[in-house]
Design a protein around this ligand. Structure first.
Ligand code: SF4
Length: 309
């Protein structure tokens, strides 16, 4: 057996210490996260307010599909959509013609009323056929044995049932409202939906679907991506499926059974800090991962004193 050199042993020990320190920092930010205040400002808070299992999973697929961009604006658009479908998203989706009337004029970024109506109608039809959207996804997972392929089949079915698979030329809202995991992106909005629905109920996530949580990937948004790079979880500059896999693999060290449990606290930390991804005394102040952030790993470089008078 080849023994590592003393220098290599010191490097290995330092790396083990660094990884332990990251784990401790992650646990600390989870413990310190003001869950009820954060849920109230997060799209998932709107899902919590919906009663009834069928309505709730429809609310979750709508809220997660619209979850990008400014959180205040997107929460307002989700709340507006829910109000138009009151008192029941499921019953509203059972009548596509009336649903189109209810949603007339609604829009959010590239999405129009007809995209949202297609999503609701497609999701509702799958829900009615299989009992729940979660059951439909579980069946796909059992069939393919692969989360990405299962999600691809599940989203394609909802798209088909809702008429979102028609090529509408210039507009991309219909295709984009439900992400395609096979396209190579990190499918952040789908992963968010899975986290909400599959992780055990903990005040944030809802624990309604029977999907193995050790298979989930972290929903990588801009905040999580920045923090993950600053922790050395990934070096990738773009957010792809592979990026999500790398970040999840790094988090698996700290909880192999439930690696995405860190996502909510990390994402809200990133939002609160407006992470500059550089050493910045003001904006890094109070950051829960500053002690393990790569930008604070070495003492700041000092400028060489000027030799001129
Ligand atoms: S310490 Fe600063 S740069 Fe590092 S993750 Fe926190 S906010 Fe971002």
């Amino acid at each position: 057996m080849v023994r590592p050199t003393p220098a290599a042993s010191r490097r290995i020990a330092r790396e083990a210490d660094r990884l332990d320190a990251i784990g401790a920092a992650l646990d600390a930010i989870r413990a310190r996260c003001d869950v009820s205040a954060r849920v109230a400002a997060d799209p998932v808070g709107l899902v919590h307010a919906v009663r009834g299992a069928a309505d709730r999973e429809l609310a979750a697929i709508v809220a997660s599909s619209l979850a990008f961009g400014n959180v205040k604006a997107l929460r307002a658009k989700i709340a507006d959509a829910f109000a138009r479908c009151a008192p029941s998203l499921a019953r509203a989706a059972d009548d596509p013609r009336a649903l189109a009337e209810r949603l007339r004029g609604w829009k959010h970024r590239v999405y129009r009323a007809e995209d949202l109506a297609g999503l609701l109608v497609g999701a509702r039809r799958v829900q009615v056929a299989d009992g729940t959207l979660g059951a439909a996804l579980s069946a796909e997972i059992r069939r393919s044995g692969d989360l990405r392929a299962a999600l691809g089949a599940w989203t394609a079915r909802i798209r088909r049932e809702g008429g979102l698979d028609r090529d509408d030329g210039a507009r991309r809202g219909a295709r984009h409202i439900l992400a395609d995991p096979e396209a190579g992106s990190a499918a952040k909005r789908l992963m968010l939906l899975l986290r909400w629905m599959a992780r055990p109920a903990d005040g944030v996530d809802l624990g309604l679907w029977d999907v193995p949580i050790d298979r989930l990937l972290v929903p990588v948004d801009v905040h999580v991506h920045k923090l993950a790079r600053n922790l050395g979880f990934t070096a990738r500059a773009s957010v792809t499926w592979r990026t999500a896999e790398e970040i999840t693999a790094a988090l698996r060290r700290y909880d192999p059974r439930d690696p995405v449990k860190y996502d909510f606290a990390l994402c809200h930390l990133g939002m609160a800090q407006r992470c500059p991804s550089r050493r910045d005394e003001d904006r890094c102040e109070g950051c829960g991962i500053r002690s393990v952030c790569r930008h604070w790993a070495d003492p700041p470089r000092r400028r060489a004193p000027s030799s001129g008078a």
